[in-house]
Design a protein around this ligand. Structure first.
Ligand code: HEM
Length: 485
């Protein structure tokens, strides 16, 4: 018996040694190209992921980038943060290079875990047609198309503030901002207003968000497994909404302009092809995911900075009250496109928030060919990452980078490719203009009602992967009527 156990132990140890040897060998060989950017490859599989993630958990994600930029004295360095070789591209020249070489030298890339949670529609007949149809997306979200929805945004914001903020002494900002942006998306994308239905759709998004940043282990009960199930649930729900709308449109029960869903069903691409139901459901899911936590994080940080900077709050208040007073004279008319154009200072404030607390820290690309950049070889298949912090928090592009200064956005604003909260080039966020409108409508409705103070003076910020105040930003509200007493 004893001999048997010893043999088993030897077998086990041999297996572990062999696995480690293979992993180390494979890991090293992945990086063994001549003249690649300087950097460290870290441990097999996890690479430098722990260092990368832990700087975010401590609220200073830029530290990972700046430590290495200083160490290697190069705007590009190599690392391994997603189990594969990656080169981090920093600064405006690198941003310009990645943004303008989409589908020439690089292509968009997501970790496998993300592709498993959001598998592309199988009913789309070819990759080319999927790409062609995806190009239609910006059409539904460009300013001309969105103008007609500003009144709806304002109406919904008024209802949101009346039901969730007014007559309360304290509120928790982050969950409220999320509920606002999600209800708005359900209304504008799908004409969905029933609170119970909206909540049923919103719940799985918590699981989806948690799964995207979890270990990709697909076993019952793991966050990853819950995220896959949640995503399947939402896709089925969306598909049934799309089918219902198709028949309502055919019977004249729905309007062709009532929301983005009607728009998608009735718009064809340049060769006359319409999006099929699954492709539309996938695109709406993409919009709900892309716009869910990003815009609510931005709104939350606006509340945080305005609480900390009373002189900035006062200027935003004055700008918004001019508009609010004109609206009151016009017997409560809803916000219009022209009003949004007047919110220049408020938008500069929002941009400064997006610079200092970028909802997305960056995004990946994949090299589709071997190429040479800045004298370094980048092998085909390597993952490349652009990082907003490499410029946003760099004093070379934003002097005194940690100072909150909305005047940076006056005149010509920041130099090209330095302010990139929405990315750039063909993959630039298609929801940029939509996000701008919802953020400004949120600011208008918030500032005209309240002043506020933070309840936790030194609340920690965690970046995981979006920045959020650790306790959700509790604030004490002071309605303006009370202030003027
Ligand atoms: C403040 C809010 C937002 C920020 C900071 C933001 C930022 C970004 C960034 C950095 C990207 C990646 C670009 C890249 O790959 O280089 C992106 C992609 C995307 N965003 Fe946004 N976004 C915001 C709001 C929204 C909203 C409201 C929507 C939907 C209406 C949206 C939909 C999307 C989609 C669908 C993509 C993927 C595009 C693609 O793969 O080509 N985003 N966003």
């Amino acid at each position: 018996m004893e001999d048997f156990l010893i043999s088993l132990l030897i077998l086990f140890l041999s297996f572990i040694s062999l696995t480690l040897f293979v992993l180390f060998y494979k890991h090293k060989s992945l990086f063994s190209y001549p003249n690649t950017p300087p950097g460290a490859i870290g441990l097999p599989i996890i690479g430098e992921s722990l260092e990368f993630l832990s700087t975010g958990w401590k609220g200073e994600p830029e530290k990972f980038i700046f430590d290495r930029l200083n160490k290697y004295k190069s705007d590009i360095f190599k690392t391994s943060i997603v189990g594969v070789p990656a080169a981090i591209f920093c600064g405006p020249v690198c941003n310009k290079f990645l943004f303008s070489n989409e589908n020439k030298l690089v292509t968009s890339w997501w970790p496998d875990s993300v592709n498993k949670i959001f598998p592309a529609s199988t009913e789309i007949n070819s990759k080319e047609s999927a790409i062609r149809l995806k190009k239609l997306l910006p059409r539904f979200l460009k300013p001309e198309a969105l103008q007609r929805y500003i009144g709806v945004m304002d109406e919904l914001a008024q209802r949101h503030f009346a039901s969730s903020w007014e007559n309360r002494e304290h509120v928790l900002v982050f969950p409220l901002a999320k509920s606002f942006t999600f209800s708005l998306a359900c209304r504008l994308f799908l004409s969905l207003e029933d609170r119970i239905h909206v909540e049923r759709l919103s719940e799985p998004f918590q699981n989806i968000a948690a799964g995207i940043i979890s270990m990709p282990i697909d076993l019952p009960g793991t966050p990853f497994n819950r995220a896959i199930k949640a995503s399947n649930f939402v896709r089925k729900e969306l598909l049934s909404i799309v089918r219902q709308r198709k028949s309502d449109l055919a019977e004249g029960k729905a309007s062709p302009t009532q929301d983005i869903l009607s728009h998608m069903l009735l718009t064809c691409d340049e060769i006359g092809q319409y999006m099929n139901e699954s492709a539309i459901a996938d695109n709406i899911l993409g919009l709900l995911i892309g716009g869910h936590d990003t815009a609510s994080a931005a709104c939350t940080f606006i509340v945080k900075y305005l609480a900390e900077l009373p002189q900035i709050y006062d200027r935003v208040y004055r700008e918004q009250m001019e508009i609010a007073k004109a609206k009151a004279k016009a017997k409560g008319e809803l916000l219009k496109w022209e009003d949004i154009q007047k919110m220049k200072y408020s938008w500069n404030v929002a941009c400064e928030v997006l610079r200092l607390a970028s909802p997305l820290q960056g995004a990946f690309r994949e090299a589709i060919n071997d190429f040479v950049f800045n004298g370094f070889n980048i092998p085909k298949g390597w993952k490349l990452y652009w990082s907003s912090n490499s410029t946003h928090k760099n004093h070379a592009y934003f002097p005194e980078p940690y100072k909150f200064d909305p005047s940076r956005f006056e005149g010509n604003g920041p130099a090209p490719y330095t302010f990139v909260p929405f990315g750039g080039g063909p993959r630039m966020c298609p929801g940029k203009e939509y996000a701008k409108l919802e953020i400004l409508v949120f600011m208008h409705n918030l500032v005209k009602r309240f002043k506020w103070t933070k309840l936790l003076e030194k609340e920690k910020i965690i970046v995981d992967p979006l920045p959020i105040p650790e306790k959700g930003l509790p604030v004490r509200l002071f309605p303006h009527k009370t202030l003027s007493l």
